[in-house]
Design a protein around this ligand. Sequence first.
Ligand SMILES: Nc1ncnc2c1ncn2[C@@H]1O[C@H](COP(=O)(O)OP(=O)(O)OP(=O)(O)O)[C@@H](O)[C@H]1O
Ligand SMILES: [Mg+2]
Length: 263
Amino acid sequence: MTTRDSINKFKSDPVVLLEGVAKSFVVGGRSLPILDEVSVRVGQGEFVSLIGPSGCGKSTLFNIICGLERPDRGRVILAGNENLQAVDAVSYMPQKDLLLPWRTVLDNVILAREVAGDGRDKARREAKELMPQFGLAGFENSYPAQLSGGMRQRAALMRTMLAHRNILLLDEPFGALDAITRTKMQQWLLEVWNSFRRAVFFITHDIEEAIFLSDRIYVLTPRSARVTLHLNVNLPRPRRYECVTAPDFLALKKQIMQALTPV
Ligand SMILES: Nc1ncnc2c1ncn2[C@@H]1O[C@H](COP(=O)(O)OP(=O)(O)OP(=O)(O)O)[C@@H](O)[C@H]1O
Ligand SMILES: [Mg+2]
């Protein structure tokens, strides 16, 4: 897919549309503004990242999209339908992987399907077929404690993917991984995204990760957050890790760094 295609997609067909979303929390009896009029959109099949300082409200924004929190103001429209319930549209991989330690890998990855009332055997068959693509073949009957950090994240991502929703919200999925594993996981995620073609909305602190993965990037200010920069990533796909030294890549990196650390 060319960048032009992705921009056209985003213009024509947003699957996530947030307009003027604001949110405060009451902390110690006082109202603490967290999000200040945030407007973002993610197109069908697009990969969009959200970068912002720690504590600025990124996870809160995802909690709002998936209906765990209600915004004080603003609109959340999923798949163009204001009445669509998040549970029918969105699959959420929260900041902690939340694999259940007492269930095997196979039984963890089919959890969303089981909760949705799908047949367990059918979900298991489907999951077994996907195990090689997720680097988990042979580990179906292992428990999460027996997996490496990267494998745990792949299992959590597989569970998110198996929920069969068009929108994936991934909250810092690689935040706890070492640099080499992280780089491999990024390449792998692009391959998975390419074969499933779901819309991905991705939170990260890592500027290079955001550029490497994304069609577009939103940068948030410190709390109370608003969008301070919105960028198209005009780098061709498929991307190889070597592109991190390309002049276009470095120019984007500089722009984002300046937005995150204004003088
Ligand atoms: N339910 C809640 N009640 C009160 N305050 C909350 C609640 N949830 C989040 N907060 C506060 O809102 C702010 C934003 O939190 P959030 O987790 O959204 O930040 P974040 O951008 O995801 O940070 P990080 O990058 O560290 O994950 C923080 O100050 C947090 O303490
Ligand atoms: Mg967070």
